[in-house]
Design a protein. Structure first.
Lengths: 748, 285, 162
C-alpha cells in the first residue's frame, strides 16, 4: 500500500504551477477576440434616476450599451431574496450601484469614456448607521428596514434580573472589513441565445452563479456554464459578488455577440464589492455570587447595507455564536439585520461569528471583573462541557475540554508569568505590555438544515491506468481543497497521492458539491470524496476485480478491466445527514451544527504611549479541530486567519464618506505586512469527528473569531482601559485615553 | 478610476543638456518624471492630468553620491536604495538612512529618488524632514547655469516651490553635522512597513554646558509643506531643558503646526503625537 | 481622442532580447503581461503597494506597475518565468511548494522575486532581515509564517548545495 497521505504534509497539488507563475487566473487567460466591459454606477447613495447622458467627445455609437431593458430574463440577483436588481431602474439605493453597462474593443478608450457617462438623479436622504435604520429615520427597505430577524430563547432571562448577584451591561461594535484578496475580481463571458451563456472567472461558488444566470437570462441551467479560473483568494468576498460581475459581463456578451472581459481595478473592487457587516451588540448578563452565569440577554444588530444578499445567513451564524462556548440556563438573543444605504455587506470568513465573538469575549472580561474573578477563572467556571446544552438547546455530545485548551494556551504563551511581569514593569514605561486571550467555538458547515437542503453531490472517475479524477464544484482558493481531496481519495482507495487529479470546476463537467464556504470543504465535501472512493471500490469488488487487500498495480488493472467491460468507471456520492441532527428553523432551536471546533487564543501586545500604536508581539493559537488532515496547510489556515484577525482588531478601517469607501486603495486600507504580524504559534488538539472526512472538522473561519478579541483583551491589560469597538486604531486609543483622563479612569 | 495611458506623452533625454534644452525651448510644456513612484500612482487613480513628461531616469549626470570632509552631495536621482547602501551616508546622516528604509518597500526604494521626493512636494514625504534639519541645500539648474539655494524655504505652499519653469533640481548637498549632535527621527506611519506617514518628526540637537547650543526640528504631515519649526527652535536655543521649558516649547510647536483630518489620521491625533515626539526628542538631548 | 505615438525600444527579458512597441507611459506590467505574454507577473493594486507585480530590472526589485514602459529602454528584466531552469525549479520555488509558502498563489511570483533578492543580499537572514525583505509584498492568505519558513528552508538548502 502507498504511504498514507492523510496527516502528512504532502506537497500542495497545484503548488508547482503557483511558484512558476504558470497557473492562470482570470486576467491571465487568453481571449484574443475579447472586448472590454465596464459598469456605470450611481453617483449618490439614495435617489431617483432621471436620466443617463453620454457626454464628451466619444464615438458613443461604437459602444455596446446595456440597460435593464436589455435583460432577457428577470432583472434581479438571484440569491436568497429578490430585492437586488442586476441594474438599477428608477431607484438608487446605494453609492456605486450598477445602472448601466458599456463595452468597447479599445480598453483605453473605455477607461476614459466611462468617466463621461452622467447619471442624472434626484437625491433623497440616505441613512448610513444601524441606529438610524433601527429608529426608522428613513424607511429604505420593506416596511421597517429589517432585512431579517431571529430570536433565540432558552429559559427565561426576565425571571433572573431581580434576584441576580450582579447584572452587567455592555455595548460593543465592530467595523466593516474588506476581504482584500490580492487578486481583484474579474470575469469573461460569451453568450448568445443559440449557445447560452458561458462565464469564466475568479470565484468561490460556480453553482451560485449558474443559478443566478438562469434567472437573469430566463434560460435553463444547462445553458448556463460557469468555469472556474485559478482564484487569488476569496475569504467570502468571492462567494456572492462574482454573481454580479458574471451577470454584467454576460449581458454585455449577449448584447454584443462578442466575448467580453471585465476585470475590476483595485479601487473599483474595494469601493463596490461586499465587506464584513458592521455590528452593534448589546449584552446584559446576570451572575450569581460564585461568578456563574445566570442569564444572558443579547441584542445583536448587523448593518446589511442596501440589499439583503447573504445577510440573513450571516445574521444567523452571528446569532448562534453570540453567547460563546459558555453554559447559561437562561438566554435570549434578539438579532436584527438592518438596511442602510451603504453598498450591500456580505460574506467574509467567519460570517457573523467574528462580530458576535468580539462582543462576547470583551464582555466576558468585563463580567469577570465585576465578579471579582480573573478572566481565566471566570471562564473556567462557565465553560460548556460535554453533556450540556447550548443556547439553542443542542446537546454537546463530543469530548469538549475548553478548560484544557485554555490551560494549554496559557502555558504555551507563558501567560501568568508575563501578566505578572508586565503589571510590575509597565509602571512609568513608555511602552506598555499586555497579554490577553479569547475562548471560542465555531460551528462547522452550513447552519441547521443547510447541508441537508444543499444535498451536495460529488463525482469520481477512474481511467484505464487507475488514475482518479475527482469531480467537484468546490474551488481551490488557496485553502488547499485540491490537496485535501487528493489525500482523502488516495487513502480511501489505498493508492498514491500522485495518482489523483482534481477536475477544474466547470458546471458542465462537475456535479454540485455546494459552495466553497462555511468551513465545509474539507469536512463535508472531503467526506463526499471518501464516500465516492468507497463506492468506486465497491463497484470493483462487485465486479470481482478487486479483493479486500490489493496493491496499487492490482487497483490499476482492476480499473482497466472494469472500463474495458463497462465503458467507464464513475460514481456519484451524495450528502446524507448524520443521524440525530434536528433543527427547528422556526424557533431557532436544536442542533445548529453537526460539530464545532473549539479554541483558546492568546495575544501579547505592546502599546507605545508616545504614538498610541498597538503592535501584536506574540500569538498563541490552540484549537481542537478534529483530525488534522495536513499539518502544514492547517497551520497555514490558522496563521492566515490570525493575521486577518489582527488586521480586524488594530489596522483595517473602512473610511466611509457619503456612503462610499474613500480609502479604497491598498495604500490607505491597511492590512498587516510581513513586518507587522506577530510570531504566530499554532497548536492542534485532535478529537476526530465521525462524519467529517477522515475525522476532520471545519477550520477555515475559526481563527477569525477569536483573534481580534484576544488582541483587544491584551490592550486592555496593557492600558487598563475599556475598549468596546474595533478597529481600534492609534487615533481611537488616543481619544479613549484623553476621555479616560478626563473621567479619572486609566493608569495615569 | 485609472487613466488612459495613451494620452500621456513621455520622452527620455539621455543627457542633462538635452533636458535643459527641452525645458528652455518650450517653457511650461514639460513635467519632469524621475522614478515614477508617485506620478504612476496618481495616474492609476485618475488624478494625473495628461501631460508631456521628461523622463530623467537615463540622465547619468543626475546620479551619484560624492563627499568631502565638510559635506555630502547627492545627485537628484539618488534612490533610497542607493542611500542605504552608502557607508558614509550611514555614518553621517542616520536620519536619511532611516527615512529611506521606511519609505515604501524595497521595490519602491529602488525607484524613489531624493530629488523626486522634493519636487513632488508631498507634505507626507519621508526624506524632507531629515534634509531640512541637516540644513540641506539644493542645486537648481537651467540652461543659464546653476545656483544653490537653501532647502528651507524652498517650498512655499502645498505643492508650491521656488523652482523656475526651465529649472530642475540637480543636486542636494548636506553639510556634515557636528559629530557630538543628537539625531532623532521618528516616522509614525499606518503600519511598520509600506506605510505613508501620519506624522514624521526629525530633530538634530547639540548641547553645550547644559544649554541648547543648536537645535533644528522639522515635521511632516502636519501642514501644507514639510515644516521647519523655527519658532520652537528659536525659543529653545540657549535654554536649559527642563519640564517647564519643554512644556512651553510644546505650546509654541503646537502653534506652528496646522494638522488636519484626512483619510489616514486626525488633526487632533497628529497634534498630540507631534508634541509627544518633540518631547521625546528634547528629552534625548 | 488622439493617442500619443507608440515608441519602440529594446530590452532583455529573462535573457531574451525583445523589441517592444508601446505607449511611453504604458505600465511595464502591462507590457510584460500583454505584449510579452508573460502572465506570471500579477497585478494586485496598481499602485506599488502589494508587490504582486514585483520583477527585477538590472538586478534590483521594482514594482512593474509603477514603471513607465519607456523607462525600460535598454533594461535587463527578470520575471518569475525566468527563475526556474527549464523543468528544474529554483531552490526557493521548491521550498515554497514543500513548505506551503504559496496558498492562493497570486502574491507568490512577486514574493519569490523578493525572496531571491533577500537571499542574495542576506545568505543567512535574521528574522528581521526576512520581515524587512518581504515587507513590500502583501499576502492575505498565509499570515506570512509559512513564507518565512519557506525562505529559511531555502536558505538551508542553498548552504548545503555550496
Amino acid at each position: 500500500m502507498a504511504n498514507a497521505a492523510i496527516g502528512r504534509s504532502v506537497p500542495r497539488k497545484e503548488g508547482r504551477s503557483k511558484v512558476t507563475g504558470e497557473i492562470q487566473y482570470i486576467d491571465d487567460l487568453s481571449f484574443p477576440e475579447a472586448i472590454y466591459g465596464t459598469v456605470i454606477r450611481s453617483p449618490v447613495a439614495r435617489g431617483k434616476i432621471l436620466g443617463v447622458h453620454f457626454e464628451g467627445d466619444f464615438p458613443w455609437d461604437e459602444f455596446i450599451k446595456v440597460t435593464a431593458e436589455d435583460i432577457p430574463g428577470e432583472n434581479r440577483q438571484a440569491l436568497i431574496l429578490n430585492d437586488q436588481p442586476c441594474l438599477a431602474v428608477d431607484r438608487i439605493n446605494h453609492r456605486e450601484e450598477p445602472v448601466l453597462l458599456i463595452a468597447h474593443p479599445n480598453k483605453h478608450l473605455l477607461i476614459e469614456a466611462r468617466k463621461h457617462v452622467r447619471i442624472e438623479v434626484e437625491e433623497e436622504t440616505p441613512i448610513y448607521t444601524i441606529e438610524d435604520s433601527d429608529a426608522k429615520k428613513e424607511v429604505i427597505w420593506g416596511e421597517d428596514n429589517i432585512l431579517k430577524k431571529y430570536r433565540v430563547e432558552k429559559g427565561n432571562v426576565d425571571d433572573v434580573w431581580a434576584s441576580a448577584h450582579k447584572v452587567i451591561e455592555g455595548e460593543y461594535r465592530t467595523g466593516a472589513q474588506e476581504q482584500l484578496y490580492i487578486e481583484p475580481q474579474g470575469m469573461v463571458a460569451k453568450a448568445s441565445p443559440e449557445d447560452g451563456v458561458t462565464v469564466w472567472g475568479s470565484l468561490q461558488c460556480p453553482y451560485y452563479i449558474q443559478g443566478s444566470l438562469e434567472v437573469l437570462f430566463g434560460i435553463p441551467a444547462d445553458q448556463c456554464r460557469v468555469v472556474y479560473a485559478a482564484t487569488g483568494g476569496g475569504f467570502g468576498g468571492k462567494e456572492e459578488y462574482p454573481t454580479v460581475i458574471a451577470g454584467h459581463t454576460a449581458l454585455l456578451a449577449w448584447k454584443s455577440g462578442k466575448t467580453v472581459k471585465m476585470i475590476y481595478d483595485r479601487a473599483e473592487d474595494m469601493a463596490v464589492t461586499t465587506k464584513r457587516h458592521p455590528s452593534l451588540t448589546r449584552h446584559k448578563t446576570a451572575i450569581d455570587k460564585d461568578g456563574k452565569l445566570l442569564a444572558m440577554d443579547v441584542e445583536f444588530l448587523l448593518d446589511g447595507g442596501a440589499y439583503a444578499t447573504l445577510t440573513s445567513v450571516v445574521l444567523s451564524r452571528g446569532t448562534i455564536h453570540a453567547v460563546g462556548p459558555y453554559l447559561c440556563p437562561n438566554v435570549r438573543v434578539n438579532a436584527r439585520a438592518l438596511a442602510t444605504n451603504l453598498p450591500p455587506h456580505g460574506a467574509f470568513r467567519g460570517f457573523g461569528a467574528p462580530q458576535s465573538c468580539f462582543a462576547i469575549e470583551r464582555h466576558m472580561n468585563k463580567v469577570a471583573r465585576a465578579a471579582g474573578l480573573t478572566p481565566e477563572e471566570f471562564r473556567n467556571r462557565n465553560f460548556l462541557n460535554k453533556g450540556q446544552r447550548t443556547a439553542t438547546g443542542q446537546l454537546i455530545e463530543e469530548n469538549v475540554d475548553m478548560q484544557g485548551l485554555l490551560t494549554t494556551a496559557l502555558e504555551k504563551s507563558d501567560y501568568h508569568a508575563k501578566k505578572a511581569r508586565f503589571a510590575k514593569e509597565n509602571v512609568g514605561q513608555r511602552i506598555k505590555k499586555g497579554i490577553g486571550f479569547a475562548t471560542f467555538f465555531h460551528g462547522a458547515g452550513f447552519t441547521g438544515s443547510g447541508e441537508k437542503h444543499l444535498a451536495s453531490t460529488l463525482g469520481m472517475e477512474a481511467d484505464r491506468n487507475g488514475r482518479i479524477r475527482v469531480l467537484a464544484a468546490s474551488t481551490e482558493i488557496g485553502q488547499g481543497a485540491n490537496t485535501v481531496f487528493s489525500q482523502v481519495a488516495a487513502d480511501t482507495l489505498k493508492i498514491s497521492y500522485d495518482a489523483i487529479d482534481i477536475e477544474k470546476p466547470d458546471t458542465e463537467k462537475v456535479p454540485n458539491s455546494g459552495p466553497t464556504v462555511a468551513s465545509r470543504t474539507s469536512m463535508i465535501v472531503g467526506n463526499l470524496v471518501a464516500v465516492a472512493a468507497k463506492q468506486l471500490l465497491a463497484k470493483l469488488r462487485e465486479a470481482q476485480l478487486l479483493g479486500d487487500e490489493y496493491t496499487p498495480d492490482q487497483f490499476n488493472s482492476a480499473c482497466d478491466q472494469y472500463i474495458e467491460k463497462h465503458g467507464e468507471l464513475k460514481v456519484i456520492s451524495e450528502y446524507s445527514q448524520p443521524p440525530g441532527i434536528n433543527w427547528d428553523e422556526e424557533n431557532y432551536q436544536g442542533d445548529a451544527y453537526g460539530t464545532y471546533a473549539w479554541a483558546a487564543y492568546v495575544a501579547e501586545v505592546e502599546v507605545d504611549t508616545l504614538t498610541y500604536v498597538t503592535e501584536v508581539k506574540d500569538f498563541v493559537a490552540v484549537q481542537e479541530i478534529g483530525k488534522v488532515l495536513h499539518p502544514i496547510m492547517a497551520a497555514g489556515q490558522i496563521e492566515g486567519g490570525v493575521a486577518q484577525g489582527v488586521g480586524f482588531a488594530v489596522y483595517e478601517k473602512v473610511v466611509w464618506r457619503d456612503g462610499v469607501m474613500i480609502n479604497n486603495q491598498m495604500t490607505n486600507y491597511i492590512m498587516p505586512t510581513a513586518s507587522d504580524v506577530p510570531e504566530i504559534r499554532v497548536f492542534f488538539e485532535e478529537e476526530p469527528y465521525a462524519y467529517g472526512a477522515a475525522g476532520a472538522k471545519g477550520i477555515g473561519e475559526l481563527p477569525l473569531d477569536g483573534s481580534a478579541p484576544a488582541v483587544i483583551n491584551a490592550v486592555e491589560d496593557a492600558m487598563k482601559i475599556d475598549i468596546d469597538f474595533i478597529p481600534m486604531l492609534p487615533e481611537d486609543l488616543f481619544e479613549l485615553i484623553e476621555s479616560a483622563a478626563n473621567n479619572g479612569q486609566g493608569e495615569e | 478610476m485609472r487613466s488612459d495611458v495613451t494620452q500621456y506623452e513621455m520622452v527620455a533625454p539621455k543627457s542633462l543638456d538635452e533636458v535643459l534644452a527641452n525645458l528652455s525651448s518650450e517653457p511650461g510644456k514639460w513635467t519632469l518624471f524621475a522614478g515614477g513612484t508617485d506620478l504612476m500612482v496618481l495616474m492609476e487613480s485618475g488624478k494625473l492630468a495628461p501631460k508631456n513628461f521628461l523622463s530623467l531616469w537615463g540622465v547619468k549626470e543626475l546620479k551619484g553620491i560624492s563627499y568631502t570632509d565638510d559635506s555630502m552631495t547627492f545627485g537628484a536621482l539618488t534612490t533610497y536604495g542607493e542611500l542605504q547602501r552608502h557607508s558614509k551616508v550611514r555614518e553621517y546622516f542616520p536620519m536619511l538612512i532611516q527615512a529611506a528604509k521606511e519609505t515604501g518597500g524595497l521595490a519602491i526604494q529602488n525607484r524613489g529618488t531624493l530629488g523626486g521626493n522634493i519636487a513632488n512636494a508631498s507634505p507626507a514625504a519621508d526624506s524632507p524632514p531629515g534634509l531640512l534639519v541637516y540644513d540641506a541645500e539644493l542645486e537648481l539648474t537651467s540652461v543659464d547655469g546653476s545656483r544653490w539655494v537653501p532647502y528651507d524655504g524652498f517650498h512655499t505652499g502645498y505643492k508650491q516651490m521656488k523652482l523656475g519653469e526651465a529649472e530642475l533640481i540637480t543636486k542636494i548637498r548636506v553639510p556634515r553635522p557636528d559629530p557630538k549632535g543628537v539625531h532623532y527621527f521618528k516616522k509614525v506611519g499606518t503600519r511598520r512597513a509600506q506605510a505613508i506617514s501620519k506624522i514624521v518628526l526629525a530633530g538634530f540637537g547639540l548641547m553645550n554646558e547644559g544649554a541648547v547650543k543648536t537645535v533644528r526640528i522639522a515635521v511632516g504631515s502636519v501642514a501644507a509643506i514639510t515644516l521647519r519649526c523655527h519658532k520652537t527652535e528659536a525659543f529653545l536655543t540657549g535654554k536649559s531643558l527642563n519640564d517647564s521649558v519643554i512644556a512651553e516649547a510644546s505650546e509654541i510647536f503646537g502653534g506652528e503646526i496646522t494638522p488636519i483630518d484626512d483619510v489616514r489620521s486626525t488633526g487632533r491625533y497628529r497634534r498630540q503625537v507631534g508634541k509627544n515626539l518633540l518631547k521625546d526628542f528634547l528629552e534625548s538631548l | 481622442m488622439v493617442s500619443v505615438a507608440k515608441v519602440n525600444f529594446d530590452c532583455t527579458i529573462n535573457g531574451e532580447k525583445k523589441t517592444i512597441s508601446a505607449y511611453p507611459m504604458a505600465r511595464l506590467l502591462d507590457v510584460i503581461r500583454e505584449d510579452c505574454e508573460l502572465t506570471g507577473t500579477k497585478e494586485g493594486c496598481g499602485e506599488g503597494e502589494c508587490g504582486a507585480c514585483t520583477i527585477m530590472i538590472d538586478g534590483e526589485l521594482v514594482n512593474s506597475c509603477l514603471v513607465p514602459a519607456l523607462q525600460a529602454d535598454g533594461a535587463e528584466i527578470k520575471t518569475i518565468e525566468g527563475v526556474a531552469t527549464g523543468e528544474q525549479l529554483h531552490v526557493v520555488q521548491e521550498s515554497f511548494v514543500v513548505n506551503n509558502g504559496a496558498q492562493c498563489g497570486i502574491c507568490t511570483p512577486g514574493m519569490i522575486m523578493a525572496a531571491l533578492k533577500l537571499l542574495e543580499e542576506h545568505p543567512d537572514p535574521s528574522p528581521d532581515d526576512i520581515r524587512h525583505g518581504l515587507a513590500g509584498n502583501l499576502c492575505r492568505c498565509t499570515g506570512y509564517m509559512k513564507i518565512f519558513e519557506s525562505v529559511l528552508a531555502a536558505c538551508q538548502s542553498m548552504k548545503q548545495e555550496v
